[in-house]
Write a protein that binds this ligand. Structure first.
Ligand SMILES: C[S@@+](CC[C@H](N)C(=O)[O-])C[C@H]1O[C@@H](n2cnc3c(N)ncnc32)[C@H](O)[C@@H]1O
Length: 346
């Protein structure tokens, strides 16, 4: 059964589905975007993430974690191909126990090469508890299902998904209390018709992750911003799709065929951390990587590149140049450097 058929059956039986349920089925249900097809986060897939762009992402994050002192466990959630773990683990001591949590079966297959067998699991509930060390996630939160709250007057309605012939359309339905409460708290100033993606699943995920972590740090890296930074994007909302490294069609057009994603509301995640009694710090990715030495590495690569050029060593010069350009991509102020890094110390 295709994702569209599953959704049509579900809508015929129970009426329009809330958008978070639509997104859950489209991404993670039978035939969903992350459940079928090739590995998505790779050069041959649908989007290219920081660890796929350059090994210096993992090495630099590894330096930060080594300085924090990962006692025993290093867990990556939404670990994709394993490229982050592969580059980060050499920075940590040999006694560290690495675990990968992945919802996608294809990604779980590729992670068997990176962590010991039995340490690749499908959800947080497969992890040992309690954990002492670190939980990291790059571009996980933007993929967790969201509800859509739409401003009507001084209140909210919700966008749900109804059938429209063979396809789907948005319809307005009464807002669920938890969605309205989230939108009031983290939506910021929203004018008539503006859209807030209520990230309740992200809040639940972080609450569960922090409950597992007895001592250590959680590091969440993603696109998005604070409530204030996201306010100008509220009229259109930030819901979008990706396919084949490009922005894809309307999320309702081809469910299961595209990535569905939103900008992460880091103010809301910070509130979850605070409620758990943890200390949260938010930084831009370029600032975080610079603080942990990446600009120094780039400078060193430039020196080595120049030395190779002077010596007439063309191949080494080109190799260092390629490595340097990829590392600089992680720091680009309007690209990956504009991502946010939330560190939560427990
Ligand atoms: C955008 S990809 C990022 C992959 C990798 N972190 C990287 O940076 O290349 C998001 C990944 O998170 C996984 N994922 C989504 N929700 C998850 C969940 N609740 N638990 C574990 N993995 C999840 C998806 O299957 C997908 O592989």
């Amino acid at each position: 059964m295709s994702v569209s058929e599953v959704l049509h059956d579900r809508i015929e039986a129970d009426g329009p589905v809330h958008f978070d349920e639509f997104m859950e089925i489209a991404l993670y249900g039978d035939g969903g975007f992350f459940t079928t097809g090739p590995l998505r986060s790779a050069a041959t897939g649908d989007f290219l993430t920081s660890p796929e762009v350059s090994p210096w992402f993992g090495r630099t994050l590894g330096r930060f974690l080594a300085a924090k002192g990962v006692e025993r466990h290093l867990v990556e959630v939404g670990a994709g191909s394993g490229s982050l773990l592969e580059t980060l683990l050499p920075e940590l001591g040999v006694g560290v126990e690495a675990w990968a949590v992945e919802a996608s079966p294809m990604a779980r297959d590729s992670l068997g090469d990176v962590v010991e067998s039995g340490r690749v699991v499908g959800s947080l509930s497969g992890l040992p508890a309690p954990l002492s060390g670190a939980i990291i996630a790059n571009e996980l939160i933007d993929n967790l299902p969201v509800a859509l709250a739409v401003r009507r007057g001084s209140a909210w309605v919700e966008h749900a998904v109804a059938a429209a012939g063979d396809g789907f359309e948005f319809v307005e339905v009464p807002v669920r209390p938890a969605v309205a409460e989230w939108a009031d708290r983290f939506g910021g100033a929203v004018s008539e018709g503006g859209i807030v993606e209520a990230q309740l699943a992200a809040a639940t995920w972080l609450t569960d992750a922090l409950a597992l972590l007895e001592t250590g740090v959680a590091v969440l890296i993603d696109y998005g911003g604070t409530v204030e930074e996201l306010e100008p994007r509220r009229q259109q909302g930030t819901l979008r799709t990706y396919r084949g490294h490009h922005l894809g069609p309307d999320p309702l057009l081809e469910p299961g065929e595209t990535d569905i994603t939103v900008d992460v509301n880091f103010t809301a995640l910070g509130a979850v951390a605070e409620a758990a009694g943890a200390q949260a710090t938010l930084q831009r990715q370029d600032d975080f990587l610079a603080e942990w030495g990446l600009r120094d590495e780039v400078r060193d690569m430039k020196h080595r590149e120049l030395a190779a050029a002077r010596a007439g060593d063309t191949m080494p010069q080109l190799e260092i140049r390629t490595e340097r350009i990829a590392a600089e991509t992680l720091l680009h102020p309007r690209g990956l450097g504009d991502f946010r890094v939330l560190t939560v110390e427990v």
